[in-house]
Design a protein around this ligand. Structure first.
Ligand SMILES: NC(=O)c1ccc[n+]([C@@H]2O[C@H](COP(=O)([O-])OP(=O)(O)OC[C@H]3O[C@@H](n4cnc5c(N)ncnc54)[C@H](O)[C@@H]3O)[C@@H](O)[C@H]2O)c1
Length: 463
């Protein structure tokens, strides 16, 4: 089938290459000229396993353009894959979606289906259909199908090709048939429903996962207070198939381009209909607090952060992606700089965006060792494999004060025992070197001003 895919970000490009892999002829539309020239050179502008390989193996089935009209003319289906970022009030910003819809309406010369892959609030597909009804050319019918995407960055190609379900929201049998033939290469469960339900499945799924993360994070915080180990708690919970073991990893909260905005969008939508979705409201609040929990923890060791050298390991919201959107690192770095810390970062996916945000204020390092050299504090924010494989004893060797606060539980407490570092992770017992606690077990404060040489240690009562 001849298909146009509009927007070649994480969802659009993965959709395009996977559809081409299933034998469709796909024209990708991208307005970002830099991305377009990378695509035309046969390379992937996004850091996503398997995408570039599929781009190359399906090269004869893929074309790239910035002209939506050219892509849509003669296409039987046009996929909308543009961003739906958060508006200031929390609602989804649908400007890009409607702008693309107008272009499709203006350029379609024959009947086609507009497939909405972007995550859009419930009711949007219906509004788009009204737009097509009034703006499409004479004699041209553009039907709208909701086809939300559930891929995860880092495993996007596998998720698209072999995910547990494909959801199709349609209002006519004809439209359903077209969608089924697009997905003929997919072997899993296809759920065909109406458009409102399909739109809701997407939000209900993402928000449930966000809720699960916030739930385990709260349990982790309580584990720290009562002296339990959240990882064993999660294992115990996850062994029950009614609960499931996924998304029970405690940490410093969710980020990325989906969970933060999709939780807020559903909360806003419910409010619009005069309904309060209390569970999601709580998930959002818990996540906001969780993101800066490491900095609160740092105050167990330093009264203030001014003048401290702080290493930040990991910038992306999760490993195996280059995506920094809504990553906890952004909030943490902002607070560290505001408090006068000297920030040195390490991340393997590149520094392009962070350098745009902070061209002079932070130091981007080539290795973990370089980032932690002479640091007073190290915050681990992403569970990159390179960090998990870094020898815990290396912190003691490189750092001025080996205080490591791990927001992703990259090491087991047993692995850091004897490494000579303070290791404070999420929801698990803290590991301290022998000389870091007094006889009563209270942690010794570090000098208020790290530039001071006087050994002014104080005992510290934790709240
Ligand atoms: N990223 C994910 O993991 C994920 C997963 C599931 C669903 N979604 C949803 O999919 C949608 C897209 O997300 P994304 O992460 O791929 O976004 P993205 O920002 O990575 O990509 C969007 C792309 O669309 C391009 N674009 C914008 N306007 C355009 C236009 N008029 N014509 C052509 N191209 C245009 C942009 O330049 C950009 O490359 C969002 O609604 C998101 O919520 C994302």
């Amino acid at each position: 089938m001849k298909i146009a895919v509009i927007g070649t970000g994480y969802v659009g490009l993965v959709t395009a290459v996977c559809l081409a892999h299933w034998g469709h002829e796909v024209t990708c539309v991208e307005t970002d000229t830099e991305k377009l020239s990378i695509l035309r050179a046969g390379r992937s502008p996004i850091f996503e396993k398997g995408v570039e390989e599929l781009m190359q193996s399906c090269a004869e089935k893929l074309a790239y353009t910035d002209d939506c009209g050219e892509a849509c003319r003669g296409a039987q289906a046009a996929f909308i894959c543009v961003g739906t970022p958060e508006r200031e009030d929390g609602f989804a910003n649908l400007k890009q979606v409607f702008a693309v819809a107008k272009q499709i309406a203006a350029s379609a010369r024959g009947d086609c289906v507009c497939v909405v892959k972007s995550t859009v609030p419930i009711g949007t597909n219906r509004k788009l259909e009204r737009l097509f009804f009034s703006e499409a050319g004479k004699g041209v019918t553009i039907e709208v199908a909701s086809n939300p995407e559930f891929l995860s960055q880092g495993t996007a190609v596998r998720d698209f090709l072999f995910g547990p379900r494909v959801v199709i929201g349609v209002e006519s049998a004809h439209c359903g048939e077209i969608l089924r033939s697009i997905y003929a290469g997919y072997q899993g469960q296809v759920i065909v429903t109406d458009r409102q339900t399909a739109e809701m499945i997407k939000y209900a799924s993402n928000d449930f996962l966000a809720l699960k993360i916030s739930y385990i994070n709260e349990i982790a915080n309580l584990c720290e207070i009562v002296g339990a180990d959240v990882e064993t708690v999660a294992r115990g919970m996850g062994a029950d198939s009614r609960i499931g073991k996924n998304f029970l990893r405690a940490g410093i909260g969710y980020g990325g381009s989906c969970f933060p905005k999709d939780t807020k969008a559903l909360h806003w939508l419910a409010k619009y209909y005069d309904y309060e979705i209390k569970t999601i409201k709580a998930a959002i609040e818990v996540n906001e607090n969780q993101k800066i929990r490491l900095i609160k923890k740092a105050r167990r060791y330093y009264q203030n952060l001014e003048g401290l050298s702080v290493a930040v390991l990991g910038l992306t919201f999760k490993p195996d992606t280059d995506d920094l959107r809504d990553a906890p690192s952004l909030q943490n770095i902002a607070v560290l700089l505001q408090e006068g810390a000297d920030v040195r970062v390490w991340d393997p996916s590149g520094y392009e965006r962070i350098k745009r945000l902070y061209p002079h204020q932070i130091t981007c390092c080539g290795t973990i060792g370089e980032a932690i050299q002479d640091a007073h504090l190290c915050l681990i924010l992403t569970e990159w494999e390179q960090i998990r494989n870094f020898d815990p004893a290396g912190y003691a060797q490189h750092m001025k004060r080996p205080v490591v606060i791990d927001g992703r539980n990259c090491y087991s407490p047993a692995a850091v025992q004897g490494a000579g570092i303070v290791y404070d992770s999420v929801g698990r017992p803290r590991v301290l070197p022998e000389n870091w606690a007094d006889q009563t077990g209270r942690v010794l404060y570090l000098p208020v001003d790290p530039r001071k040489t006087a050994p002014d240690f104080h005992t510290f009562h934790e709240a």
